[in-house]
Design a protein around this ligand. Structure first.
Ligand code: AR6
Length: 173
C-alpha cells in the first residue's frame, strides 16, 4: 500500500474537505465551545441528533475513545468525535489518553475505508494540555498507528488553528 501523507494546515477545520474531520468533544457528546462549537454550528443539527442517539445507546464517550457521525452540512462526510484528556500535570495518564484519541479516530476512519482525515490539536484549548507536549504525542500516535496498520488512509492532516501550533508541527514533521 502507498505511504500515507501527513500534512499540516493552518485554519478552520470546519472548512477542510477530508472524508472525516475529528472533533475535540467532551464525554457528554452534546457540544461545547472551541472547535466542538464551531463544528456543530457549521455542520447543523444532524450531527447533534446522531450524537444523542449514540448517547442513548452507550451513554456518552469515555476519554480517549471516539465515535462517528455524519458531517451534516460540512464539506467532510463524517465527524469523528473523540474526547481528549483534561491536563492535570501529566502524570494522570494524559499522554496515553491523548494518544488513544488519535489512534481510535484513525481506527474508526480505517474501518469505514476512508481515505483522508483531519485532526484539530485535541486538548490544547479548554482542556489545557501544553501545546508542545500534545504535538509530540499526536505526531507519534499517528506515525505509530500508520506503521502498525495497513490502513485505507492516504492523507492525514493536522489542522492547526494558531501559528504556535503550526510551527510546532512543522518542526516535528
Ligand atoms: N478549527 C480548528 N481548530 C480549532 C477551531 C477550529 N474552528 N476552533 C478552535 N480550535 P478546544 P479541548 C483549536 O478548546 O482543549 C469544548 O468545549 C483550539 O485553538 O476546542 O480538547 C468541548 O466541548 C485548540 O488548539 O478543545 C470540550 O468540553 C484546539 O482546537 C472541551 O472544549 C482544541 O481546543 C475540549 O477541550
Amino acid at each position: 500500500m502507498a505511504e500515507t501523507k501527513i500534512e499540516i494546515q493552518q485554519g478552520d477545520i470546519t472548512k477542510v474537505e477530508t472524508d472525516a474531520i475529528v472533533n475535540a468533544a467532551n464525554s457528554s457528546l452534546l457540544g461545547g465551545g472551541g472547535v466542538d462549537g464551531a463544528i456543530h454550528r457549521a455542520g447543523g443539527p444532524a450531527i447533534l441528533e446522531e450524537c444523542k442517539q449514540i448517547r442513548a445507546r452507550q451513554g456518552g464517550c469515555p476519554t480517549g475513545e471516539a465515535v462517528i457521525t455524519t458531517g451534516g452540512k460540512l464539506p467532510a462526510r463524517y465527524v469523528i468525535h473523540t474526547v481528549g484528556p483534561v491536563w492535570h500535570g501529566g502524570d494522570k495518564d494524559e499522554p496515553e489518553q491523548l494518544a488513544n484519541c488519535y489512534k481510535n479516530s484513525l481506527r474508526i476512519a480505517s474501518d469505514k475505508q476512508l481515505q483522508s482525515i483531519a485532526f484539530p490539536n485535541i486538548s490544547t484549548g479548554v482542556y489545557g494540555y501544553p501545546k508542545d507536549k500534545a504535538a509530540q504525542v499526536a505526531v507519534k500516535a499517528v506515525k505509530d498507528y500508520l506503521q502498525q496498520h495497513d490502513s485505507s488512509l492516504q492523507q492525514v492532516v493536522f489542522v492547526c488553528f494558531d501559528a504556535e501550533n503550526r510551527k510546532l508541527y512543522e518542526e516535528m514533521l
